[in-house]
Design a protein around this ligand. Structure first.
Ligand code: AKB
Length: 327
């Protein structure tokens, strides 16, 4: 994302992105490298990127965020002024390996928060999710503050993580900021292990001229967001003056809400022959426990959040990019 005139595109140090090879990490690293000097944006992940080209513009470091000594070495070496900690197991995968999910999602965050305090890292970003809400939560226009009671391991870890962020802010003055992402949809990278992943896979099948079997029921509404909006929200949040950040757990963030039937209809506007069948699996129960739509008025009021993409605009953009020849 290019800086707008009047922005200050230089940071007095480096940026460290942990989990840089994931769906969000790849795109956020690229956006940060466009905004700052690419050499100052350090990508780190437990494995190298599948396609090295994707992270070729700047440094890459191998890092298991559970290895606190290695993380400390990297923080000492690069002295980051911002750390984006994105590494986590998502909802569907976490249900299959609950103990490891809890370890990675909690110990990873606590390693980052403790070292950020110790080395006086000025800013930390950590993503939360709509998964913090559960079956007792109001499903429509889910408020910022409401009944939570998540019933997935991923949701429990995200809710606990939010409380830890707030605690580190209150007790240590750490400037840690967070967003509750809806399902994220982008054409540059694939998600892995989430309940909202179908909304990315469906576009790939449509463009490949294949039919799609959906693991959620046709009428399952979930909050979703196009990647350019997610990147904008993340960077806007991180660059807002600290006194505008009133929520130190995590902000609700909304853009659009649709069901598999609605996204199918949107794709069929462009690709009329596209067919979808339904075979709900264990992910249906996860989706049923989450909000259908989100009230993000706190983010709008505090730091000016406003999404640009709705379902129709996103669908046109996704299909255009996925049809482009791979160079
Ligand atoms: C998932 O489906 O697990 C994620 C999320 C909503 O946090 N995309």
């Amino acid at each position: 994302m290019a800086p707008t005139p009047g922005d200050t595109p230089t940071l007095p140090g480096t940026v460290l992105v942990i989990g840089a090879c994931g769906q969000l990490g790849l795109e956020l690293t690229a956006a940060l490298r466009q905004r700052y000097q690419p050499q100052n944006v350090v990508a780190a992940d437990v494995r190298p990127p599948k396609n090295p080209e994707t992270l070729a513009g700047g440094p890459f470091e191998l890092l298991d965020v559970l290895d606190k000594d290695r993380l400390e070495d990297l923080i000492r070496q690069y002295r980051p002024v911002q750390v984006y900690h994105l590494a986590a197991l998502l909802s569907a995968t976490a249900e299959k390996d609950p103990m490891f999910a809890w370890k990675l999602n909690m110990d990873g965050l606590l390693n980052v928060l403790n070292l950020a305090v110790q080395y006086r890292v000025p800013q930390v970003y950590w993503p939360s999710s709509i998964a913090v809400f559960g079956p007792d939560t109001p499903r429509e226009h889910t408020p910022q503050t409401t009944v939570m009671n998540p019933n997935t391991v991923y949701g429990i870890s995200k809710l606990a993580g939010e409380q830890w962020c707030e605690w580190y802010h209150r007790h240590h003055g750490l400037d840690v900021r967070s967003l509750r992402y809806p399902g994220l949809i982008g054409y540059k990278s694939l998600p892995g292990g989430g309940t909202t992943d179908y909304a990315v896979d469906i576009y790939h099948k449509a463009v490949a001229g294949e039919n799609f079997e959906c693991f959620l029921k046709a009428d399952t509404y979930l909050p979703m967001m196009y990647m350019p909006d997610a990147l904008k929200a993340t960077l806007d949040l991180m660059h807002a003056p600290a006194d505008r950040i009133k929520v130190r757990t995590s902000y609700n963030l909304g853009a659009m809400s649709f069901s598999p039937a609605k996204i199918t209809a949107a794709i069929q506007q462009e690709i009329p022959g596209f067919q979808v069948s339904y075979a709900p699996d264990g992910r249906q129960a996860i989706a049923d426990s989450w909000p259908a739509s989100i009230d993000d008025s706190a983010a709008r009021a505090d730091w000016g959040w406003a999404p640009e993409f709705d379902l129709a605009k996103m669908t046109q953009d996704m299909l255009t990019h996925l049809k482009e020849p791979v160079v």
